[in-house]
Design a protein around this ligand. Structure first.
Ligand code: P6P
Length: 345
């Protein structure tokens, strides 16, 4: 019986490429090549992450990125590899990445349709890299809006999450997994290093109808607005009917917190707070963190909100724009909205 199962699995576990080819390439020609590029770059990153103490990628470059954050060697490598592979696919007209002030565009003498835009956080959770806590790559894929097949424009990059045609993340955890969501639903693929490919292991992922944990950095409560303070207190009260108090889980790596909540149910939030004038709208970025995870949540039966509106309806005015985010079980996100709506002028 076991043998049969393992033979069957080896024979028919779809690869990520096949999944995209079968489900999306009629509507979105060449999209599978975009996923191939992200997938290849993520395998290179996975290899470095798994041997980081040996592969000389631990530590800092000594530079600061556009966010004013110190850049880790692995951040820079991940960014360089992702941009190059994605633009070389010939299917992408612009890449928005956390590590670059401006969006990157391809040389137009490459064959290809350049019909898509990719927003990407090549390696999210950098503060966790050196201490071996899971980190991740987060990405969103939009259709280009400008005419022709040349380099993309700023307008191509400033699209609301509502326009996403696919979004996903790679979690470099005990296993390396790619979770990819599209109109088809949310599917999980596990990297088999002996094969060197992502094989389907989780079909039609849906957030369970239970909310096990809340996930927020309570070290910031001194700077919270009243609504968020009331929300945190409410989540901790005992109330059997609404299965409170919830557990508390906070890894500090968005993809780890989000992935756990996708599988077990949970409410993650990073509110805007009074901590820093520099980031009045919270810490997480719309285009390559909040919109992709809100899209994945939506495709998995959940929701992402800024507290005042659906994250997917926010039209960016800047490619590095930050928004507050409450994401996870739809009913719990809506409860959170009722607490914090009052804080929005
Ligand atoms: P804090 C990691 O640096 C990150 O961008 C996300 O992955 C994570 O959710 C958040 O910041 C953690 O921020 O302020 O709680 O350390």
């Amino acid at each position: 019986q076991m043998a049969g199962r393992s033979i069957e699995a080896a024979a028919d576990a779809l690869t990520l490429h096949q999944h995209v080819l079968y489900h999306q390439s009629k509507l979105y020609p060449g999209l599978e090549k975009v996923l191939d590029a992200i997938s290849l770059a993520s395998k290179i990153i996975s290899g470095k992450v798994r041997t980081m103490g040996l592969s000389g990628v631990v530590g800092k470059t000594g530079e600061k990125n556009v966010q004013g954050e110190e850049v880790n060697i692995l951040d820079e490598l991940s960014n360089t590899v992702m941009i190059k592979r994605i633009l070389d696919s010939g299917e992408v007209c612009a890449v928005v990445t956390e590590e670059e002030e401006e969006f990157a565009t391809p040389s137009t003498d490459l064959p290809g349709r350049r019909g898509y835009v990719v927003s990407i956080d090549p390696l999210d959770g950098s503060s966790n890299i050196d201490c071996n806590v899971p980190i991740g790559t987060i990405f969103g894929i939009f259709p280009r809006t400008s005419a022709g097949d040349g380099k993309g424009t700023l307008a191509d990059c400033l699209q609301p999450g509502r326009n996403l045609i696919g979004a996903g993340y790679v979690i470099y955890g005990p296993s390396t997994m790619m979770v990819y969501a599209s109109a088809e639903g949310t599917f999980g693929f596990t990297l088999d290093p002996s094969v060197g490919d992502y094989l389907l292991t989780h079909r039609n992922m849906m957030i369970p109808n239970v909310c096990k944990n809340f996930s927020v950095n309570e070290g910031n409560t001194a700077y919270f607005y009243p609504g968020d303070l009331a929300l945190v207190a409410w989540l901790k009260e005992e109330d059997k009917e609404t299965s409170r108090p919830l557990g508390a889980r906070y890894v500090g790596s968005l993809i780890s917190d989000f992935h756990r909540n996708l599988l077990y149910g949970g409410l993650f939030f990073y509110p805007h707070d009074k901590k820093s004038k520099k980031t009045p709208n919270g810490k997480l970025r719309l285009l390559y963190e909040c919109a992709p995870v809100s899209y994945i949540a939506k495709m998995s039966g959940g929701k992402g909100s800024t507290g005042a509106m659906d994250v997917l309806d926010v039209v960016p005015t800047d490619i590095h724009q930050r928004v507050p985010i409450y994401v996870g079980n739809k009913d719990w996100v809506e409860r959170a909205e009722s607490f914090v709506r009052g804080d929005y002028v």
